[in-house]
Design a protein around this ligand. Structure first.
Ligand SMILES: NC(=O)c1ccc[n+]([C@@H]2O[C@H](COP(=O)([O-])OP(=O)(O)OC[C@H]3O[C@@H](n4cnc5c(N)ncnc54)[C@H](OP(=O)(O)O)[C@@H]3O)[C@@H](O)[C@H]2O)c1
Length: 323
């Protein structure tokens, strides 16, 4: 395996790997089964060994389980890792109850995160969403205070609008924007991505395979008990039409000798030096195929074909990203 190269996260930001490791699926977020812990820890360590230093977690992933896992994996090698933590989501019994972004809550959250991770400082700390329950100035101002105190190194934000991004950045410089982005979800290209670029903010792009739609493995109709069926993108005629679009990706993958998922990740990677694909991997066997995506090159013709087939809005129906 080649070592994953480093990029600056945002203008003159910290050096992080061009590919990030999403740890979310190593824990039970929605009440499902927890992944094999030993395999998860081995996956994180193998990622670090191969130059992937960007580790993404959230204090609500598995109600703290995910941070404990990351803490175990980086024990004795803190400096090899760049730890990105989201806060603010309140889950109970696998159900999303809402956000708690009060300054008093944030100060409480970080105390627990630092202990669970076994570190003195979190590299990137970010509200998982923003709403109108607490003024943006207070949420961002609290993280700015934590930066002054030395408990946090950089401010991040996640799943917000271009206007919210500008507002947050005016309170304290934002280092990174975490956002869902894939061939199937390109709506952010009209305003959010240009805003991030203009402000010199790095982009951490998750859900590159659009919840499995772009892996080429999905078949219509999905079983009724499949969680995807909650969203109209994966229902009835929508799914049939969407999978027809994916056929082009499947054929291109076959011709180039990769999998459709690899091409989906490679497409995100190719969108700019300031864009990092953030990919969930819960087992070591995923690492070689995903590290390989960093070397995939598209010809201009291939790129045009994908951009045409997956023009913004081409994939029909909604998903949890709600754009
Ligand atoms: N800010 C937010 O709102 C937000 C929301 C969701 C997620 N995230 C973060 O972003 C990360 C990634 O998001 P995600 O899990 O939704 O999307 P993802 O990276 O597309 O992962 C979805 C699934 O794709 C599988 N996968 C990975 N590489 C693959 C490959 N080469 N071929 C086929 N399948 C592959 C993984 O399977 P295995 O588990 O079997 O390896 C995973 O279960 C999360 O871990 C989390 O840290 C952030």
């Amino acid at each position: 395996m080649t070592t994953v190269k480093k990029i600056a996260l945002g203008n003159n930001g910290p050096l992080v790997s061009k590919l990030g490791l999403g740890c979310m699926r190593m824990s039970s977020v929605w009440g499902g089964a927890t992944n094999d812990e030993n395999e998860s820890i081995a996956t994180i360590q193998m990622a670090l060994d191969n130059g992937i230093n960007f580790l993404n977690t959230g204090d609500f992933y598995g109600a703290g389980h995910n941070e404990l896992l990351v803490g175990k994996a980086i024990k004795g090698r803190r400096d090899d890792a760049f730890i990105s933590v989201k806060f603010g989501a309140i889950f109970y019994g696998g159900q999303w109850l809402g956000l708690d972004l009060r300054p008093i809550a944030i100060k409480n959250f970080i105390n627990y995160s630092l202990v669970r991770l076994g570190v003195d400082v979190i590299d990137l700390y970010q509200p998982c969403r923003l709403d109108n329950s607490v003024p943006v100035e207070d949420v961002i101002g609290t993280v700015a205070d934590l930066i002054k105190e030395g408990k946090v190194r950089h401010l991040g934000v996640s799943e917000i609008t271009a206007a919210q991004l500008r507002k947050a950045h005016s309170v304290h410089p934002v280092t990174a924007l975490e956002i869902g982005y894939s061939l199937a979800d390109r709506q952010i290209e009209s305003d959010l991505l240009p805003t991030a670029k203009e402000l010199g903010i790095g982009v951490v792009a998750f859900a590159n395979t659009a919840e499995g739609l772009l892996t080429g493995d999905m078949k219509a109709p999905l079983p009724a008990n499949d969680y995807h069926t909650h969203f109209s993108r994966f229902q009835g005629d929508n799914l049939v039409k969407n999978l027809e679009k994916v056929d082009v990706l499947k054929q291109m993958a076959k011709d180039k000798g990769y999998t459709p998922a690899q091409l989906a990740i490679a497409w995100v990677n190719a969108q700019g030096e300031h864009i990092m694909p953030l990919v969930s991997m819960s087992r070591r066997s995923r690492l070689p195929e995903n590290i390989q995506t960093m070397d995939i090159v598209f010809t201009p013709e291939e790129m045009s074909k994908l951009n045409e087939q997956f023009a913004p809005g081409a994939i029909v129906g909604s998903t949890y990203l709600q754009r």
